[in-house]
Design a protein around this ligand. Structure first.
Ligand code: ATP
Ligand code: MG
Length: 279
């Protein structure tokens, strides 16, 4: 097992110097294979379950996990892994698609703010308010002035959440262009995955460099101490799952959460009722 602090290692630098082109999407730390990492993957998954139980019981903090990636980047798989170990009571996934007419008639944060987690809860965003500085920018539906203004609005919004006890963790699942093509081909070849592929996946791929640039800028501009971005090497699904769960675990462990005290006299209850049960 690696001694690295994953929160530090995968954190986007705060000096604005992130360049996605220099990040190796194949990185797997000290593990060569999934079999190698299995013990560690299970360990962090189990710990995730315990910590979510504490978060729910303590009812003091909330956790917002934002997932962004290129198409086929593995958002769904990450959600299955991370959520698979949590109690569904206390967890929620929200997918943000093309905004509806009603959503479009509001400011871009309106639909997002309604979905943030309440105290004790974990919410996972499958895409997010970041789409409004990514896809909209790449397709030139907004001007540079607008996307620059939106960075400031996003930062103010995330500060508001953080001041209210929400811990915001943002993950960019970083795959290479070749890996994306491989995953698209797999979807074409496997009938069970046919439903997942669309022509838009291939047409959007033509904008790969524009997306990488938009991601680089967004990650550099909206990366505060209280709402940090992490770039996760995601060509290997098992490593992606390990890295995300490890960062969530490290963050939750830093909160020093405590189980609430009993609100009744346990000893008195034990005496009163267990005497009846065990004559
Ligand atoms: P999958 O990986 O299964 O394809 P997905 O998240 O890509 O999942 P889709 O229904 O294929 O889901 O795509 C959702 C689309 O909605 C994406 O193309 C995304 O860019 C778009 N979208 C999300 N938010 C916005 C937004 N605010 N403005 C414009 N488009 C948006
Ligand atoms: Mg899609």
């Amino acid at each position: 097992m690696s001694n690295r602090n994953y929160c530090k290692h995968f954190r986007v630098p705060t000096d604005g110097s992130l360049d996605l082109a220099h990040i190796d999407a194949n990185f797997t730390d000290c593990h060569d294979t999934k079999a190698d990492a299995l013990k560690e993957i299970r360990r962090y998954a189990r710990r995730l379950r315990e910590l979510q139980y504490l978060l729910y019981a303590e009812n003091k903090h909330s956790l917002l996990i934002v997932l962004q990636a290129m198409d086929a980047g593995g958002k769904d798989g990450t959600i299955r892994h991370v959520l698979g170990y949590m109690n569904p009571q206390g967890c929620r996934v929200v997918a943000f698609k093309v905004p509806s007419a009603r959503e479009m008639a509001h400011d871009f944060l309106w639909r997002v703010h309604q979905q943030v987690p309440m105290r004790g809860e974990v919410a996972i965003f499958n895409r997010s308010h970041y789409e409004d500085v990514l896809v909209t920018r790449v397709h030139q539906r907004i001007t540079e002035k607008t996307w620059q203004e939106r960075y400031a609005r996003i930062n103010a919004f995330e500060t508001l959440l953080s001041d209210n006890g929400t811990h915001v963790l943002k993950f960019f699942l970083h795959i290479s262009a070749e890996e994306q093509l491989k995953r698209f081909r797999k979807r074409l070849e496997d009938p069970a995955r046919h439903w997942k592929i669309s022509e838009a996946d291939y047409t959007e791929r033509q904008y790969w460099h524009e997306y990488q640039q938009a991601y680089t800028d967004a990650l550099n501009h909206c990366n505060s101490e209280t709402a940090p971005w992490y770039v996760i090497p995601a060509n290997h699904k098992w490593f992606r799952n390990l890295a995300v769960s490890r960062i969530v675990v490290e963050t939750l462990e830093g909160l020093d959460m405590q189980l609430p005290r009993a609100h009744v006299d346990i000893e008195a209850l034990r005496k009163k009722y267990h005497r009846l049960l065990d004559p």
